[in-house]
Design a protein around this ligand. Structure first.
Ligand SMILES: *[C@@H]1O[C@H](CO)[C@@H](O)[C@H](O)[C@H]1NC(C)=O
Ligand SMILES: *[C@@H]1O[C@H](CO)[C@@H](O)[C@H](O)[C@H]1NC(C)=O
Length: 490
């Protein structure tokens, strides 16, 4: 070999080594926890679920079937081949489908849970370490007819009680929505688009297509993507009305099996690996066009899990399972209820990034304005006073909720540090260290028990318009959604 050839070869080797190490440093140490990293897969899988006040069905909307639907397709050379038919989407209680159990056939709540599994089987994509099924659009109606006796209190069957505490216009107020589905189509040869839309006002005419009719509730999720390019963009719209003043609309990455946040049935979803604190991050692009008014609790981001007060994982026993939520509300109109004079709305302590504990009675140091509201599980036995306990009715079991606000102390985790960041007119791509942040938040546990593993079965983005006194509209797009983690070194 001549000398200049040798130089060439070693330069070439140096180049290869450089490439390998750059590759390592530039993100290949990350693994995605979702089946569709960054929403870039052309062959989309998306589903819809609708919940009543306590995360059940209660009653199906006439002609709509059970409130579970999906849109999943493969690409052939020039067309979309759909795996879910409109007949599948319209399946309703009493109509059997492959795999349904006897007990579920005539029970609206169990029927919906098993329909989700069935739709999942039609959408499932083989993958490692597990197959996955779909992104999940979740809708929830916050009306609660307290005379119906439909919702348990902290998981215990509860007697009906007189109205006043919750919104409800009268019997039937807990209804499921109209669901219109526009199956994903290929337009102009290179753009794919589909949608779910509808209203809670049964019988309302949505044919004008804008959903903006006065006094009528409305929701819409439109997904669109250019073939082979970039991310799906999910455009969401949610409108409240006098009859439906409390509505929720989220896009969720849920567990592919087991429980997902707030859901006490076996679920299907997108998280083929369950993220565990402290080791995971969430990437996404969010562009909020309309905020939804002062009561719109827009979550960047909400994570949900379930563990018992003794730290053990949930097992479906609604009397001892507890849903846990961590959510940052980015609507700048949301005040901090936690304050030196409202200690019962604060967690007992805050933990700094360098692991110092600051008690809430330390008025010189506790970051009150970083916390909107903390509420403890209603079935906890050893709570520190003063304390607020969470609403006992709005989940199938007790719940614990930690609601944060943008604040400089969250800078370490890549979260919004100032009111207004990420809000209307400030579209951004975020990389949130959700795992590290959620590892340092307070959650209730019985004294002397082993700390729970914080494994999250749901990661979602969207808004909860919380009892608005006028019709409000929220509108936003979400894209590039990913949940990533660094694998454990072997
Ligand atoms: C889509 O492709 C997957 C994997 O090849 C296959 O299992 C599934 O049956 C296909 N679905 C349709 C509707 O073609
Ligand atoms: C503050 O709260 C902590 C924990 O509850 C308690 O141990 C401490 O005595 C309190 N300090 C004051 C000054 O009240």
């Amino acid at each position: 070999m001549k000398k200049n050839q040798m130089v060439h070869v070693s330069l070439f080797l140096a180049h290869v080594l450089l490439l390998i190490s750059l590759h390592g440093a530039s993100g290949k140490d990350y693994i995605s926890a979702v089946g569709d990293p960054g929403m870039r897969r052309d062959e989309l899988r998306v589903a819809l679920e609708a919940w009543n006040f306590c995360n059940e069905v209660g009653a199906e909307a006439p002609g709509m079937g059970s409130p579970r639907a999906a849109d999943c397709f493969n690409l052939t050379s020039s067309s979309l081949r759909h795996g879910v038919s409109e007949d599948d989407n319209k399946l309703g209680v009493g109509t059997p489908f492959p795999g349904i159990s006897q007990g579920a056939l005539n029970n609206v709540d169990l029927y919906a849970a098993e329909k989700e599994l069935y739709l999942g089987s039609l959408c499932q994509v083989s993958d490692s370490p597990k197959p996955w099924q779909f992104w999940m659009v979740m809708l929830k109606n916050g009306n609660f007819d307290t005379k119906s006796g439909l919702c348990p209190a902290n998981g215990k069957k509860a007697a009906p009680f007189s109205p006043g505490k919750f919104p409800c216009f009268g019997s039937g107020c807990m209804n499921q929505p109209i669901v219109n589905h526009q199956e994903t189509e290929l337009l102009d040869g290179d753009t794919m688009r589909g949608s779910f839309s509808g209203s809670y006002d049964l019988g309302s005419d949505l044919s004008n297509g804008n959903g903006g009719a006065d006094g009528i509730s409305f929701y819409e999720v439109v997904w669109q993507k250019k073939l082979g390019v970039g991310s799906w963009v999910f455009r969401h719209k949610l409108k409240t009305s006098k009859k439906y003043p409390w509505l929720m609309l989220y896009l969720r990455a849920d567990a592919t099996q087991g429980y997902s946040g707030g859901y006490h049935y076996d679920t299907r979803g997108m998280l083929k690996t369950l993220p565990e604190s402290p080791n995971f991050k969430v990437r996404l692009t969010l562009d909020i066009k309309q905020g939804g008014g002062p009561k719109s609790q827009f979550y960047l981001i909400d994570i949900g899990s379930c563990w018992k007060n003794n730290g053990q994982p949930c097992n479906g026993d609604v009397l001892t399972d507890v849903t846990r939520y961590t959510e940052m509300i980015i609507n700048p109109e949301t005040p901090a209820w936690c304050s030196p004079t409202g200690l019962g709305n604060c967690p007992p302590y805050h933990i700094t990034p360098d692991d110092r504990k600051i008690y809430r009675n330390d008025t010189a140091n506790f970051p009150y304005s970083a916390y909107h509201y903390y509420c403890a599980p209603g079935n906890a036995k050893h709570l520190e006073q003063p304390v607020s306990t969470c609403d006992p009715y709005s989940n199938p079991q007790a719940q614990e909720i930690m609601q944060l606000l943008p604040h400089p102390i969250w800078a370490e985790y890549g979260y919004p540090t100032k009111q207004g960041q990420g809000w209307v007119g400030d579209a951004r791509t975020w990389e949130l260290d959700v795992g590290a942040l959620s590892s340092r938040l307070y959650f209730y546990q019985d004294p002397g028990t082993t700390p729970a593993r914080r494994i999250w079965g749901s990661v979602d983005v969207g808004t909860e318009i919380f009892v608005s006194d006028k019709d409000e509209v929220a509108e936003w797009t979400l894209s590039d959604f990913d949940v990533i983690f660094t694998p454990k070194k072997e």
